[in-house]
Design a protein around this ligand. Structure first.
Ligand code: HAM
Length: 405
């Protein structure tokens, strides 16, 4: 039996890759003074009906639980974060800078870069309306990608602003209820046929296409670009009005990060969502953040061979005479493990040669022979790299293994 379409098994090398990716994410988030949080995998479906938008609602895994609640596997983290913050907002110093690495579930068509489950680093700043918070997050996303060895020739942050389009729509007299459909059409501009986009944009199509093609002046873009320029990061970003984001709750600066060659789906996406938290408690709380998935980033890092996990070496392989275990040897194994060393031995009787071959294939640093000398307080060790064999007193064993890192 195979796993379900779009779901992954993580065999040890895949798991080691994933852990290394997560540890890099965590390390860079901490440099920016973000703290980690987590929420439940299962939420009430209603949480997402509040404002995630149609597209994501159609992809939700939901079911009736035994208490007759309609529950959903989380398709994104932002509504959970909004709910959590709203319930305890007053208890935290502002701005709140939190990150999380949830596993998310979306019933999408499984394809390159898109699965039905993925892990997504979420970084959000809550309680800060200044554009500096938006810039800080773009800075963080760039630094995360750079920490993997990706450079400006590899990726680009495409920045836009929903306020630019809101102002355009207000001027054109488009009713607010129709804005989401408009944003959806722009969001699909690079994927759907031009005639389809034209049909959806109706009378605005011509003007929209012209605006997208030409460079435009918009003061908020200048502020963001200047912030990046001060950090010498301007070459990692560009203004691109085609980015509006598919999710319904964004209100301000939005961005998506893509590989420069255009071979992959989006690496990350985010923006400002100042109206979302109000839906949960009525309080006006500004918020901004982004999500970066493990799937596309993983594909890029594997292609460029930029993240290759290594497994820690086995410290000691214990060789029993003719494979026959004895209490002194077993006690020594237990003591070594309690002292923090990794120790392995054969579960069933094996010839000495076979045991040494196992030590070799497990990449052990030392083979330790349980001989009659152990009863007198001595162990025989073999350095597996230098192929040298020697005897040391048992009480010196721990110190010796520690030194030989
Ligand atoms: P999103 O654009 O839906 O945003 O997802 C962010 C990133 O998650 C994408 O750019 C992609 O790397 C990854 N991703 C999304 N769906 C899949 C999938 N089916 N398979 C693999 N990777 C995927 C959000 O979810 C927002 N809640 C992010 C956010 C946080 N906005 C503010 N704070």
């Amino acid at each position: 039996m195979q796993p379900l379409p779009g779901f992954r098994d993580f065999y040890p090398p895949d798991f080691a890759f994933r852990q290394l990716l997560f540890s890099r994410w965590r390390e860079i988030c901490r440099r920016f003074n973000f703290v980690e949080y987590e929420g439940p995998v299962l939420e009430s479906l209603e949480l997402y009906q509040k404002k995630s938008g149609e597209e994501i609602l159609n992809q939700i895994y939901h079911f009736l639980d035994k208490g007759n609640r309609i529950v959903a596997l989380r398709p994104e983290m932002t509504p959970t974060l909004a709910r959590m913050i709203e319930a305890h907002y007053k208890e935290y110093k502002k701005p709140i800078k939190w990150f999380s690495i949830p596993q998310l579930f979306r019933y999408e068509r499984a394809q390159k870069g898109r699965l039905r489950e993925h892990f997504q680093l979420n970084c959000d700043i809550i309680g800060e309306a200044d554009l500096e918070a938006d810039i800080e997050l773009i800075n963080l996303a760039i630094d995360i990608l750079r920490s993997f060895g990706l450079g400006k020739e590899d990726f680009i942050v495409r920045i836009s602003d929903r306020q630019f389009w809101s102002e355009f729509l207000t001027k054109k007299g488009v009713a607010i209820e129709e804005w989401y459909q408009f944003f959806q059409a722009i969001d699909k501009i690079e994927r759907d046929p031009k005639e389809e986009i034209e049909r959806r944009l109706g009378g605005l199509a011509q003007e929209v296409f012209e605006l997208i093609e030409k460079p435009c002046y918009w003061e908020r873009f200048e502020v963001v670009l200047e912030g990046l320029r001060h950090r010498k990061l301007e070459e990692y970003a560009k203004i691109d009005l085609r980015i509006v984001r598919g999710l319904a709750y964004y209100t301000g600066v939005v961005y998506e990060i893509f590989d420069k060659a255009g071979k992959f789906r989006a690496i990350a996406g985010g923006g400002r969502y100042d109206d979302l938290l109000k839906l949960f408690g009525g309080e006006d709380i500004p918020a901004v953040g982004f999500g970066m998935g493990d799937v596309v980033l993983g594909e890029i890092l594997k292609e460029k061979k930029l993240l290759e996990p290594s497994f820690p070496r086995l410290d000691v392989y214990v060789v029993f005479p003719e494979g026959k275990k004895n209490p002194l040897g077993l006690l020594l194994i237990e003591q070594l493990r309690s002292s923090g060393f990794s120790v392995e031995f054969s579960f069933h009787p094996l010839k000495m040669k076979k045991q040494l071959a196992q030590a070799q294939s497990l990449n052990a640093r030392f083979a330790l022979f349980v001989t009659e000398k152990l009863a007198e307080g001595f162990v025989e060790l073999k350095n597996m790299d230098e192929r040298k064999q020697f005897v040391i007193p048992v009480e010196q064993l721990v110190g010796f293994l520690e030194k030989k890192e």
